[in-house]
Design a protein around this ligand. Structure first.
Ligand code: NDP
Length: 307
């Protein structure tokens, strides 16, 4: 019987593993199909406290993993493919085969940013295409960038980038912004941001690094017009999707699929099941906030087992 099963290996999962192993709970952590999580797809992490020179995302995840192993966490490769939280002990299936039992579970399966689905997005990943202005904006000081999306995230990213970049295009597929009124006003009044309404992205171009985007305005109407913009950075802010498919019907989710946590804790709607990191956080979605909630979930588990 596993005392504490941790599902997922981003900053939340590894931090939960550090804390639960130090509390002698002998945690078992399953890394999933992307060990290290989303941060392994960013080049440099410059906003995590404690790294004044910044740190490579992969390296940071390796450090967190090693720290957890040092205190005895049992880190295994493999994916949890289904769970049954309807009775105790809690049950989980690894890679569709082996069934394991646990007294407590911490879900740290994260979220993944939505992409438009253009082949060029993959081609220029890390070479101009990004899904996080807070992480990568700094590399685009005094350069031209574009943000895709019309929600609060896109407006926030555009505002953040306007403090660094020379010019920011906001590419919005509809004729209006979906963001809150305050955010809309800030964006529309910002001289560095040019909002391109009714505009879609057809493709990206550039020799090695990104150099521009092919866009189309008023698609499917008499006024349809294709044009290019010269940009060094292309930021996607069209929402995230939490990795909660296997937990649907097991723990309570919000309307967007994020796991609901109770009050000031990381507890889910099921006793003994906790959630940390982006999977339970539609708002902040930062490495440091994920790590913080991983710590909280571990302490919640410790207290739950004591009770
Ligand atoms: P949203 O779902 O609110 O917005 C997504 C945006 O992306 C919409 O404008 C949508 O367009 C656009 N979009 C989606 N798919 C495509 C596509 N294929 N091509 C082009 N555009 C596309 O997501 P957010 O991440 O902005 O926000 C998520 C939640 O978090 C919201 O509730 C938001 O209010 C909240 N939030 C709050 C913040 C704050 O209060 N400070 C900051 C950030 C987020 P369309 O409108 O046409 O569907």
């Amino acid at each position: 019987m596993i005392k504490c099963l941790i599902i997922g290996s981003g900053p939340a999962g590894y931090t939960a593993a550090i804390y639960t192993s130090r509390a002698n709970l002998k945690p078992v952590l399953f890394e999933g199909h992307q060990p290290g999580g989303q941060l392994t797809t960013t080049s440099e992490v410059e906003n995590f406290p404690g790294y004044p020179e910044g740190i490579d995302g992969n390296r940071m995840m390796e450090d967190l993993r090693n720290q957890a192993v040092r205190f005895g966490a049992d880190i295994r490769s493999g994916r949890i493919t289904s769970v049954d939280f309807s009775q105790r002990p809690l049950k989980a299936v690894v890679d569709g085969k082996e069934e394991i039992e646990a007294e407590t579970v911490i879900i740290c399966t994260g979220a993944y940013p939505r992409y438009l689905g253009l082949p060029d997005e993959k081609k220029y990943q890390g070479l101009g295409v990004s899904t996080c202005a807070t992480c990568d904006g700094f590399f685009y000081r005094n350069r031209n960038v574009a943000v895709v999306g019309g929600g609060d995230s896109a407006c926030e990213e555009a505002m953040y980038l306007s403090g660094l970049a020379k010019q920011v295009y906001l590419i919005v597929r509809k004729g209006y912004l979906r963001a809150s009124k305050v955010m809309q006003q800030r964006v529309l009044e910002n001289p560095k941001i040019q909002v391109l309404f009714n505009t879609n992205t057809l493709g990206l171009f550039g020799e090695e690094y990104l150099e521009g985007a092919h866009l189309v305005e008023n698609k499917g109407t008499d006024m349809e017009q294709e044009f290019d913009i010269a940009i060094d950075g292309f930021f996607l802010a069209i929402g995230h999707k939490p990795n909660t498919e296997i937990f649907r019907g097991q723990v309570e989710l919000d309307e967007e699929g994020y796991i609901k946590v109770q009050g000031r804790s990381q507890a889910t709607s099921v006793k003994g099941v906790f959630a940390a990191g982006d999977v339970a956080d539609p708002t902040y979605q930062q490495a440091i906030s994920a790590a913080g909630s991983g710590c909280r979930a571990a302490i919640d588990v410790e207290r739950f087992l004591l009770e």
